[in-house]
Design a protein around this ligand. Structure first.
Ligand SMILES: Nc1ncnc2c1ncn2[C@@H]1O[C@H](COP(=O)(O)OP(=O)(O)OP(=O)(O)O)[C@@H](O)[C@H]1O
Length: 304
């Protein structure tokens, strides 16, 4: 396995404010690696350090074995970057952006770039200040992918794209890794990450809380179980069970999230004589949201 990105105890502080703290992960060649976390968690700061755009306070970050702090230009030669806040030149058209950027990147394969323009319906001839956010974002997508870089670093790539183009984007990412190229994808969009990523890191308040394959996360994800009663029962009976979280409790029913075996739950429930039960299988959203929540009981669902 060839390692494309290696980050070890990477830390960045902004004065006394925390940016990211002790972040460690690796991304292998040909992998789609998802980087998830709530607003302000440290995703963009990590990405900027990977590309040498921010200095680190301590730790190391290498991309293609090159030091992100001192060899960033060589990393950029092989990387396509779609920033979270895309800044374009307002008076230039999409075509002018792509031509100038293509020259900078030494792009040889105009055909691929033109194919992407066609696929994403990029508006080429109007100044970008006249474009909607989604239409500007399409230019960013072509600028990142158009020269077939070995690594794509994508920060919230589908923001502003309509659902059809999001599907097109998912196809594009899959094609990219099918060719052995590597994708680092930062996103808030749980569905997008579930659909695409092989492995995921979740970052919260500057620290990684979990890194695992999506398949293993899915296996450990909690199911949702709902009981209805023909009288009022005390939901507290469920709250003490290992791996069980009371999602909601009403006079005649309770909704629970259950990680691991359901046997202890069923034993307690049977004593309360429910009149109805329904269950929904493993829910990755619930697992992710558990990591996002400020709730230490979610440690139960920890899987690494
Ligand atoms: N240039 C900066 N100066 C000071 N603080 C900064 C700077 N850049 C980031 N931070 C702080 O670092 C923390 C992490 O921010 P970052 O932008 O990396 O989060 P994020 O996960 O990308 O969030 P979002 O999803 O909202 O884009 C935040 O507390 C932010 O305020």
């Amino acid at each position: 396995m060839t390692t494309v990105i290696a980050v070890d105890r990477l830390t960045r502080r902004f004065g006394r404010r925390r940016g990211v703290e002790d972040v460690t992960f690796e991304v292998a060649e040909g992998e789609i690696f998802g980087f998830l976390g709530p607003n302000g968690a440290g995703k963009s700061t990590t990405i900027r350090m990977l590309l040498g755009l921010y200095r680190r306070t301590s730790g190391t970050a290498t991309v293609f074995g090159l030091d992100a702090a001192t060899q960033a230009a060589r990393i950029h030669d092989r990387t396509g970057y779609l920033p979270g806040e895309l800044t374009l030149f307002p008076k230039l058209t999409g075509r002018e952006h792509l031509d100038r950027f293509g020259k900078l990147q030494g792009a040889r394969d105009r055909r691929y770039r033109d194919e992407l323009v066609e696929r994403f319906g990029v508006e080429l001839d109007r100044p970008v200040r006249m474009l909607s956010k989604g239409n500007a974002q399409k230019i960013g997508v072509v600028m990142a992918f158009g020269h077939r870089p070995d690594l794509l670093v994508l920060d919230e790539p589908t923001s502003g794209l309509d659902p059809l183009l999001q599907d097109e984007f998912v196809k594009l990412v899959r094609e990219t890794t099918a060719e052995g190229r590597t994708v680092f994808l930062s996103s808030h969009d749980l569905d997008e990450v579930q659909r695409l990523a092989d492995r995921v890191s979740i970052i919260k308040e500057g620290r990684l809380v979990v890194t695992d394959t999506v398949a293993d996360l899915r296996r450990s994800a909690p199911s949702t179980v709902e009981f209805r009663f023909d009288r009022t029962v005390d939901a507290g009976s469920f709250a003490d069970l290992d791996g069980v979280r009371v999602v909601s409790a009403a006079a005649d029913g309770v909704v629970l999230s259950v990680a691991g075996s359901v046997a202890p739950l069923l034993r307690v429930a049977a004593e309360l004589e429910p009149v109805e039960m329904s269950a929904r299988g493993a829910d990755l959203d619930e697992l992710f949201l558990g990591y996002y929540r400020d709730d230490s009981s979610q440690e139960d669902a920890h899987v690494d």
